[in-house]
Design a protein around this ligand. Sequence first.
Ligand code: PRP
Ligand code: URA
Length: 210
Amino acid sequence: MEFRNLRIIDHPLIRQKLYFLRSKETGSVNFRSMLNEVAALMAYEVTRTLPVKEKEVDTPLEKTTGHVLACPVTLIPILRAGLAMCDGIMAVIPNARVGHIGLYRDHKTLRPVQYYLKLPSDIAESEIFIIDPMLATGGSAAAAIDLVKEHGGASISFICLVAAPEGVRLLEERHPEVPVYAAALDRQLNNRAYILPGLGDAGDRLYGTQ
Ligand code: PRP
Ligand code: URA
């Protein structure tokens, strides 16, 4: 399957953590910490092309030129499950701003329902990463990207752990310029729009709400 918008981040440590995240034997405590860790590992790859600018710095010995990020970074987790990945990414970009989008999937219609929105005021100048471990039908991700664009966001990437082909395809149609980073592209959705093989309901596994 070829998707022009999809970038799979392949690394032995990410593969092993994903193995444990998929396992139904993994409980909430380990699930949360492992999702955090995998997100921190993915952060190196998704930030690889961030623009930098030169800046002078005084070392203890002399003046030299170093580099700093050229623009602010905004992380936008989709509640609830995006929060755990956001924490992991903040471990490596501690001064990132954080916006929040609250969406849940209506169980009957499978359409996303919005219940919260709080974004930094200057997202127009920011490099934006929308974060959610699960990209299933793509409805939630597409709605989140719509909201961020409506509020002025322009340079947007989407980060997930597991993607279904259906979701990647929807984002390719609706937001072709948004790169989608994932640790794995899974096979398909089941008849309740859960990802197969997937890892189940990420929010419930994170917060023990099954
Ligand atoms: C899950 C997941 C995504 C969404 C993906 O959230 O975290 O946000 O489903 O499905 P989609 O691609 O078909 O839209 P859920 O709606 O279960 O909410 P929760 O995180 O609060 O559990
Ligand atoms: N949301 C989840 O948490 N898991 C899926 O497999 C699909 C949507």
